[in-house]
Design a protein around this ligand. Structure first.
Ligand code: SAM
Length: 228
């Protein structure tokens, strides 16, 4: 059995097609799990750092998936050959939103067939949603998952058109329209963190930062308490 956590198991539910590219794969648990469950036929796993790349190679050999998962060393989507590697889904998980958005921005030319994107960010998903809207992708669903006290966002996008509001970009078009308990927990925590920062700022000396935090707090409160 491939040891997979709840977060990656949730990500796997959105993977479609036969070939997966998992970018930033670390131990390659996600592609091996999908193969084990028969969800996919082949995978390419990318890693930019030699340590995790070596871990992925060893892990894939140990579980006997070396003929099904090809591990490649390189930055983001550039490990994919746009003429030869036709993948059905790309997963990018366990990173911050700005890094995921950068990987997509710099790598789109490597996925000309426009596969499904399943993107799991640890923090700041807003840049991901901006990227998707500007690059002909439409969010088809979003979800939150909590693991070891951390709340993660998963965004699933297919080729298409969307027109998000400022609120959608920040909070997620699916997440804020039907807010779950986890949504309230996540944004209540963010609000508390901002309040902590603000408490340590001098409103005169640090006026710009103070006002920016107050603006962000107002946005969050409007979503958490829409009727007030
Ligand atoms: N995807 C796995 C997961 O969600 O559990 C591993 C997450 S781990 C926190 C992030 C991995 O992404 C690291 O192994 C890191 O080396 C890799 N990574 C970071 N930037 C990358 C990039 N530009 N291209 C490929 N891999 C990258």
């Amino acid at each position: 059995m491939i040891p997979i956590n709840q977060r990656l198991q949730k990500v796997s539910e959105y993977i479609q097609g036969q070939v997966l590219a998992d970018i930033g794969s670390d131990h390659a648990f996600l592609p091996m799990y999908c193969l084990e469950c028969g969800m996919i036929q082949q995978a390419i796993a990318g890693e930019v750092i030699v340590g995790p790349y070596n871990s992925a190679v060893k892990s894939v050999e140990r579980h006997g998936y070396q003929h099904k998962v090809e591990i490649r060393l390189g930055d983001g989507l550039t490990i994919l050959n746009p003429d030869k590697d036709i993948v059905d889904t790309v997963t990018i998980c366990g990173m911050g939103g700005p890094l995921i958005a950068r990987i997509l921005t710099e790598g789109m030319a490597h996925i000309p067939n426009r596969p499904r994107l399943v993107l799991q960010s640890n923090i700041q998903s807003e840049p991901i949603r901006h990227f998707l809207q500007s690059n002909g992708y439409q969010i088809i669903t979003e979800t939150l998952i909590k693991e070891r006290a951390h709340i993660y966002e998963i965004i699933v996008a297919d080729p298409g058109v969307m027109s998000l509001s400022a609120k959608d970009f920040k909070f997620g078009p699916f997440l804020h329209v039907t807010p779950s308990d986890l949504f309230y927990e996540k944004w209540t925590r963010e609000l508390e963190a901002l309040e902590d920062i603000k408490r340590n700022l001098d409103p005169i000396k640090h006026q710009v930062r103070f006002d920016e935090i107050a603006r962000q707090e107002k946005e969050i409160k409007e979503v958490l308490e829409p009727c007030n």
